[in-house]
Write a protein that binds this ligand. Structure first.
Ligand SMILES: Cc1ncc(COP(=O)(O)O)c(C=O)c1O
Length: 405
């Protein structure tokens, strides 16, 4: 697609006189829907070919390019699900906010799947927790991999969903680099999103949403609701470039070496290096940034370093050299991480839960928005709203689940 557009521009020998958008009127790849550049809303030319190529690479029956990030892919999947008649979808309590917002937009009730916390990180929900939530839902949505590089039991979940005849959706905002490998979410899901701008070399906001079987047509009908009618051609061509970008075994080996050299938190995804600094994380980040090395995030316990096949081995070596010297502290529970593995919980009537820490996200439906997130203090407003609730999620027989002191 990029080559085609470049060829068309070159063929005009600099005589591209713009009486079209964009308003900057500069020559170059930032064009609009012209006779040779196709139209994402009804693709028949270069965009149709690029999407078809990517669908083949990703193992989908149909793939749709997105220029507004994985968020728009999550929304599209949830709208497709709702229009297929689903009313409730099981989602992990630590699902990305786009999942909760997408449920709200589509009119779906999220059924929370509990997650355990271990060493300050929410671990993927167990198969049995998913099974329990799915029994009260019409579909299951999982995040795979998550930001810390953990996979859910995709194989077990796909078998569970097939047995229950309920679709499996995957938020792969952090997993596009895994296509062609056994743990790629698209190998298991009916609909999934790939955040290609995060883990492959695409421009920011580039993403793809894909589907198999009957979900392909439903997804195609849902996608336009969350897409601009003026998609950015630089982002579109970068999506195709990124999906076709080759794996780099050299980078993957360097990542494994760095994880071992730095005592990284063990995880499943080569591209996410998670280093435990505990209370020293802020100081460690500042020290690295002063030397020009920027992690993806500092959660108050861990610094997370995000790689892609475009990461340079020499930069990984620099990370090891600099991070090795930095002092480490004890990993501690952040405010929303009170539920470290093993901590006991109790279900209390709302009034008795006042001032305690919520252990299970809960709220009212409609509008299906959490009143309390796991880890938040139960305040008077939450008590008032939840005790009068006609219909709620995340409560156990009307009681709020809190952590034992
Ligand atoms: C798990 C997860 N899903 C979805 C998204 C949304 O992705 P985007 O920023 O590409 O819209 C994010 C963003 O960080 C995420 O972490």
């Amino acid at each position: 697609m990029k080559e085609h557009i470049a060829k068309m521009l070159a063929a005009q020998k600099g005589r591209h006189i713009s009486f079209h958008t964009p308003g900057h009127k500069r020559r170059g790849a930032d064009i609009t829907e012209l006779s040779y550049s196709d139209n994402l809303a009804a693709p028949r030319g270069v965009l149709a070919a690029a999407q078809a190529d990517c669908a083949r690479i990703l193992g989908a029956d149909a793939s749709f390019f997105l220029t507004d990030g994985s968020t728009s892919g999550v929304y599209s999947m949830l709208l497709a699900l709702r229009r297929a008649g689903a009313a409730r979808v099981a989602v992990p309590v630590c699902a990305h906010v786009s999942v909760l917002r997408g449920c709200e937009l589509a009119g779906l009730v999220p059924v929370p799947v509990p997650q355990e916390w271990e060493r300050g990180i929410a671990r993927q929900p167990s198969l049995s927790a998913c099974e329990r939530a799915l029994s009260a839902a019409d579909a299951l949505l999982v995040t795979s991999p998550d930001y810390y590089g953990y996979f859910p039991d995709l194989r077990g979940l796909a078998a569970l969903c097939a047995r229950e005849k309920k679709p499996l959706l995957a938020d792969g905002a952090h997993g596009s680099h895994l296509h062609g490998t056994p743990m790629y979410a698209g190998n298991f899901a009916d609909m999934w999103v790939d955040g290609v701008h995060k883990s492959l070399p695409a421009l920011t906001q580039g993403a793809v949403v894909s589907a198999k079987g009957a979900w392909a047509a439903r997804l195609e009908a849902a996608v336009p609701y969350f897409r601009t009618t003026s998609p950015s051609y630089p982002i579109l061509s970068s999506i195709e470039h990124a999906v076709k970008f080759p794996r780099s075994e050299r980078t993957e080996r360097a990542a494994a070496w760095a994880k071992a050299a730095l005592g990284a938190e063990p995880n499943d995804d080569w591209s996410k290096i998670v280093l435990p600094f505990g209370e020293e994380s802020g100081a460690a980040r500042a020290c690295l940034e002063a030397r020009g090395l920027y992690p993806e995030f500092d959660d108050g316990n861990y610094l997370m370093f995000y790689l892609s096949p475009a990461s340079r081995v020499r930069d990984i070596k620099t990370l090891v050299r600099l991070a090795k010297r930095l002092p480490r502290g004890e990993v501690r529970g952040a405010p929303h991480e009170k539920g470290s593995c093993g901590q006991k919980t109790a279900a209390l009537p709302p009034e008795a839960a006042l001032g305690r820490t919520c252990a299970q996200t809960c709220g009212l439906f409609p509008p299906c928005v959490p009143v309390l997130l796991r880890g938040e203090r139960v305040d008077e407003d939450a008590v008032r709203r939840l005790s009068g609730a006609l219909s709620a999620f995340g409560l156990e027989e009307g009681k709020i689940v809190v952590f034992e002191d």
